[in-house]
Design a binder for this molecule. Sequence first.
Ligand SMILES: *Cc1c(COP(=O)(O)O)cnc(C)c1O
Length: 358
Amino acid sequence: MINVTKTFLPPQHEYQAILKRAWDTGWVTNRGQLVLELEDKLKTFLGVNHMTLMTNGTLPIQIAIKTLELSGEIITTPFSYVATTSSIVWESCKPIFVDIHPDYLTIDERQIEAAITNQTTAILATHVFGNPCHVDAIDAIAKKHDLKVIYDAAHCFGVQYDGQSVFNYGDVSTTSFHATKIFHTGEGGAIFSNDKRLHEALYYHHNFGHDGTEAFYGIGINAKISELQAAMGLSVFPYIDEIFKQRKSIVDQYDNALQSEDIQKLRLRENTKWNYCYYPVIFENESTLKRIKQALEAESIFPRRYFYPSLDQLPYIDNQSNCSVSRRVASCILCLPLFVGLEHKDVQLITNIILSNL
Ligand SMILES: *Cc1c(COP(=O)(O)O)cnc(C)c1O
């Protein structure tokens, strides 16, 4: 069986050797040595100033909305994982969907201004499939209209835009270290901000609002990562270059094999150093997608419809938006298997099935 992804697991004894340090100290959470060490390593590796590890990639989005004290309307993308939209609604704000760019698949910055009202407080956009949004245009719009910018950068581990980590853009960026992501801690995530005071506020919100043991800055929640999760991250970390290398090689194989006018591929934004996180292909129509998906499944190959449905069509969204590009893309896009250990012959089998069923 070949799934869309397969979690990268280091040799078990390497994980256990790191885990032993938690046993030795008897300290399994509340930012022990393993969490601090992983945070240090990642900050250096990524080239970011302020970063706090968290227990998943969804709570950082909610904490960003809470900490920035957003209310009213938040302009967002309809093409992302559900957590982008559900976090907005969970925090009692209203998502206002702006359609995506047909090539880059990120929010179409040219359409943002028309969606701004006197209720708008922020833009929450996703660098989908690790492809950066038009961050410069979004920054200019935000400044002009006094809006906050949050980026859901869940796919962006290792991505650079214009020579620096894409996590450095926006007021706040968030990411996920879920087991299906490129770098992972089983469950996990992180939050980033370049503003030291803002980052301190994001930090205390993730730890019940604590100011020491007996005082509180304000309201908070628990989004702490544990030592056990950090141990996983520390044991995956030494393999990160190898992970990128192997994924690049698979992406190159797909690129070479899948050259057809009937298949649209992701167009990366200029000045992007990408991380080979997903291999999405967009077919002409949904029936082609279904035919190909079925043919692959007959060979026990399970691609995923990332991301379907378009988020403006979620059952808890009132359906006023007209995100026709997102709806079309969502209905025709399929992410192909891409993970360390996927063999050349598997890629050949997958691409042959696709080409013969177009
Ligand atoms: C994975 C993902 C999340 C959620 O991360 P979790 O760690 O699973 O909570 C949020 N947004 C996007 C775009 C994602 O792909």
